[in-house]
Design a protein around this ligand. Structure first.
Ligand code: IMP
Length: 423
């Protein structure tokens, strides 16, 4: 069978957790392929809120196999905390969670490096979540990193000490002389040994060969991709579709649907270009009604109107086959809705392509009428205000991709299915 991929198309926080949870029972396997504890997938089940950082969102269903793939950078401390929270809520994740032995380990000193490098960048800081993501991927590419499989080896302590020493030497050279607090790390490493650490690339391909359907759960968003995002204000992994193959060990010809999630407006946390950002009370209103505060860091998110050139770019590089539009309910109560349809560049050129200097692009907007009734209890499309239906139809036409699902609230039940995917 095939692997369907679910990706955020903006700067993360599109609502992937809710959609993976909605889709999960259609799949035998849910797999994370990149990122790590920088992600925060919020899932609300029967009014109870869960935030998953590293664990795949299929974990709430016992019959689903959940995989942390080789492309992930895994922090044992966060892993232990997440598992303990799930267990306290009555979820048993031990039998259906599998960790790639090739996933990279985030060490306490990776977090220290993240903090130190961000501090040194001053006003040019990326706005990293400071979870050690960048330094861990850097060690992976430099062929210095430690992998989850290493914790099972007798030489682990020795390898750990060598890498730690090189991190501390570098930290001291750049003026940061702290010692890491290691005991929570080693406790968490012991804890992780109770789980299945294995060759997940074989597990996944065996599942494909026997006809199982896999859902690859993306983290962050396409505009934070290390290659296609607004570099250097990006994360350190490929958040786009190709990342699923490299981060799981599955071939491209096994990819089926590529689902793209976007919000009815845009948000961004951290620094970097955001042409449609709003600095006025409209932005504040979106932030408030959309509860736009980071699930991982609690930081207020920057808010702005939908950016069609950026969304089209993400659809293009990912080959998106279906769109899921999130948080339409947040736009209730606005007189008008703006959508950027193109950009004016510094030399006066008008373009609908994302330029290399994204930060110098001035958006050109189309104005659409808003609606003022709440929609969060509406369960079918025909009851939605005509202005919202027109907005959705307009977007669908512009993006040349079907909008299959419209989300009108955070709960599983607040989801309008415009077209059944699995018939
Ligand atoms: P890092 O991945 O923690 O190094 O952060 C790099 C950039 O990506 C920063 O601007 C972060 O705010 C952003 N970022 C990382 N993970 C997420 C996420 O899951 N959602 C939204 N933004 C993220």
């Amino acid at each position: 069978m095939k692997t369907d991929v679910l990706l955020g198309l903006q700067w993360g926080d599109e609502g992937k957790g809710k959609i993976v949870d909605y889709l999960a029972n259609k799949y035998e396997v849910v797999a994370r392929f990149q990122g790590g504890p920088n992600a925060g997938h919020t899932i609300i089940i029967d009014g109870k809120k869960f935030i998953l950082h590293q664990i795949p969102s299929g974990i709430f269903r016992k019959e689903i196999m959940n995989i942390i793939g080789n492309g992930v950078v895994l922090d044992p401390i966060t892993f232990k905390k997440e598992i303990e929270k799930l267990e306290a809520a009555g979820i048993e994740p031990r039998d259906n969670l599998f960790i790639s032995q090739r996933a990279q380990l985030i060490l306490p000193t990776h977090r220290m490096l993240d903090q130190a490098w961000e501090t040194l960048k001053g006003k040019n800081k990326i706005g990293s979540t400071l979870k050690g993501i960048g330094p861990t991927y850097q060690d992976k590419i430099a062929r210095l990193g430690l992998r989850v499989g290493d914790i099972l080896d007798a030489s682990f302590q020795q390898k750990y000490e060598a890498l730690k020493a090189s991190h501390l030497k570098h930290l001291s050279d750049i003026g940061f002389a702290d010692e890491p607090d290691e005991s929570p790390f080693f406790e968490a490493v012991e804890f992780m040994k109770q789980f299945t650490i294995t060759e997940t690339e074989y597990l996944l391909n065996d599942q494909l060969n026997k006809g199982s359907k896999i859902l690859a759960e993306g983290a962050q968003g396409s505009l934070l991709d290390i290659d296609f995002g607004s570099y250097p204000f990006v994360t350190s992994s490929n958040t786009t579709v190709a990342g699923a193959c490299a981060g799981l060990g599955i071939p491209p010809n096994t990819i089926g649907e590529v689902f793209g999630i976007f919000k009815a407006y845009c948000t961004r946390v951290g620094s970097g270009p955001f042409p449609t950002e709003l600095f006025d009370e409209t932005g504040e209103k979106i932030r408030k009604s959309g509860a736009e505060f980071g699930a991982t860091t609690g930081r207020p998110r920057r808010c702005g109107w939908l950016d069609l050139p950026a969304l089209k770019y993400a659809i293009m590089v990912n080959g998106i086959s279906r769109l899921f539009m999130m948080k339409a309910d947040v736009l209730s109560g606005f007189d008008k809705i703006l959508v950027a349809t193109s950009y004016k560049l510094q030399d006066g050129t008008i373009t609908d392509r994302v330029p290399f200097d994204h930060h110098l692009a001035t958006p050109i907007y189309k104005e659409l009428p808003g609606w003022d009734i709440p929609i969060d209890e509406m369960t079918d499309e025909s009851s939605l205000p005509v202005e919202l239906r027109d907005y959705v139809n307009y977007l669908e036409q512009e993006l040349a991709t079907p909008i299959t699902v419209l989300s009108v609230g955070p709960d599983r039940s607040q989801t309008i299915i415009r077209e059944e995917i699995f018939v």
